[in-house]
Design a binder for this molecule. Sequence first.
Ligand code: NAG
Ligand code: NAG
Ligand code: NAG
Ligand code: NAG
Length: 651
Amino acid sequence: MVPTLFGARAVLSFTLVLATVHVGAISTTLTIYWAPGQTPFLEPDATSTGIGVPVPTALDQTLQAYNKSTLIPPPPPGAAAMPTAFSIAIASTLPVGASMQQKGSFFGFSVEMSVVNQVLGKNSSLLQVPFLNLMANLQQRVGRVDVRVGGNTQETATLVPSTSDGKILEKDKTGATNPTQTPPLIFTPDLIQMMRDISGLVNVHWYLGVPFNDSSNWRLEIVEQGQAILGDYLIGIQAGNEPDLYAQHQHRPQNYSQDDYFNEFGSLIRALDADPKVKAENLLLGPSVSVNWSPESVLNAGTGFIPTYNASLYGISVEHYPFDNCGVAFPNSGIPVVNPQTLLPIYLSHASTASLVAPYINSAGMAQAARKPYVMFETNTASCGGFVGFSDAFGAALWGLDYAMQMASVNFTSALFHIGGQSVSYNPFTPPPTNESVFHQWTVGPIYYSALVTAEALGPTNTSQILDLAANNNNTYTPAYGIWEHGSLARVLLINLANDPTGASDYEADITIAGGPLPMQVDVKYLLAANVTQKSNFTWAGQTFGGSFQSDGRPDGAEVVNTTTCGVPSDGSTQTPVCRIRVPAPGAALVFMAGTASAQETSGALSATFSTSTYTKNLGAVATVPRVVMETSNGHGGSSRQMCAEVPSRR
Ligand SMILES: *[C@@H]1O[C@H](CO)[C@@H](O)[C@H](O)[C@H]1NC(C)=O
Ligand SMILES: *[C@@H]1O[C@H](CO)[C@@H](O)[C@H](O)[C@H]1NC(C)=O
Ligand SMILES: *[C@@H]1O[C@H](CO)[C@@H](O)[C@H](O)[C@H]1NC(C)=O
Ligand SMILES: *[C@@H]1O[C@H](CO)[C@@H](O)[C@H](O)[C@H]1NC(C)=O
């Protein structure tokens, strides 16, 4: 059999999409499933929740991922709230308080299991080329990408040898007997084979999850097949997704406790140890708590989570979304509707983002002391689909960048941003609706730009240590991070969260180096858009993925790297030599303090970029190309545009 790789055509079935409802700080939680196209959506007149400009088209209304509604940018903070000229003295060698050494692949993705056959491919012989390209862009920068396949839909998923219709993933309607009427998923080993085949083309490593819904009859097939098929590409297996919400979801009794989860985790380990097809060492991730239980309350349960299960634990996982949009997603639920307009200033505040991460610092330290990874296993702007107008706008790119860097700075070891399918607005990237995939391409969202910039900020050496510089007297609009590589200052990331089209809120940061020479000049790359509510055509170093339905996963346009000369400024504002970096409002600047941007791009050596050859597309027909070409490039890709390709068999 000669597998063909193609991306244009895929299944159109009522794929289940799940929302976990996190209500404010408290936690009324529902689990609700729906089908794309049947998703509750913002009515055009629902101006209390989303300013309807312009009025969405029919498709936009039914599929949130393409909704064109925008919000109004917040007013400029003003000079008193945000000084626009300041200096930052940065140590040339590693300062106290910097993070542990971080891998370049810190920023990863989480794909809800029920949409994996839209995002990754239809099956192992039909892979999504845009997905491969999006992963290749990151691989080129840092060598590898980590992706989790799972979510709440993993909990009731069962591996079966085959499905009646030949698809790799189906909902088993006959099995919908639980109180939430959640139809279990059934999937075939070819789903895992598809993941393995992707790893043969781009260096993606994977997390999976073992179903945790029935702890008296563990279904270990996904572990067995995951290890057998993925081999070293399997990072670990999540055991229990948000167990602190099980009682509210009616998946466990109302008094289900941390000790109960602790004991079930032990029962799972005994089952894995007894399974000759499984190697259970350093395999599992837990407790993946969200809002109801603190990480410590589980880590301290029983005889101690880490000491008791140390041999079987790969790492410690948590999950968190800062807000939810459940009031809109479920209009009859009684959950209050949140106006995202009022949340914009909170998202666009470094202090808020830092406070989001603060509750995890202590347990991250517990993991580090035990030499275990500490993973933000699932996150994004807001649960229940995110907020149209923010989750899909430029402000979210800056938020995601600040959030990821903040997590890295306090010793998270990885952060996975969730992809929920076409009915949510926060996706880093979204395939077109399957009935339109012949003529539409993918939509690349702001969070993917966060991933790109984070990857370049951390770089490919796996030695990056990050410090929040508390720049500008720790001003909430001007977060800045120092990045040290092999113990020496390598890069500085400057973010401007203000929105001000007049330019009056652009800032100038005067960088000096304590204990080392100032470079003669530095390369600077910019993340830019006209305002924080812009919904497409963001640029990173001049390159873009366009707007809705416009990307094949490769950046468009020529890369632009600015060069700034360092020295005594001619305006007489200071007599000290500085590297004066201007950061537009809104925007971000990555400053390469050691070496050039292009030297870093090629220094990874692992810069194989998935690029495709020309092809002819016939509307309505299965489009294929002669062959996929793996070629080395610097991320500029080829000039051809295609969704479909053919690859050699991996089997
Ligand atoms: C594709 O499906 C969506 C949702 O059902 C529908 O709104 C849209 O019109 C369809 N597109 C085409 C080209 O049939
Ligand atoms: C993948 O799907 C295509 C189209 O339905 C089918 O022809 C092919 O046999 C499938 N491949 C596998 C490995 O199931
Ligand atoms: C992160 O880990 C490093 C290295 O162990 C340590 O020096 C630093 O204090 C930690 N940061 C936090 C916020 O705990
Ligand atoms: C960085 O770590 C990854 C594993 O996460 C590894 O594949 C890669 O080779 C490492 N890079 C370097 C330069 O050591």
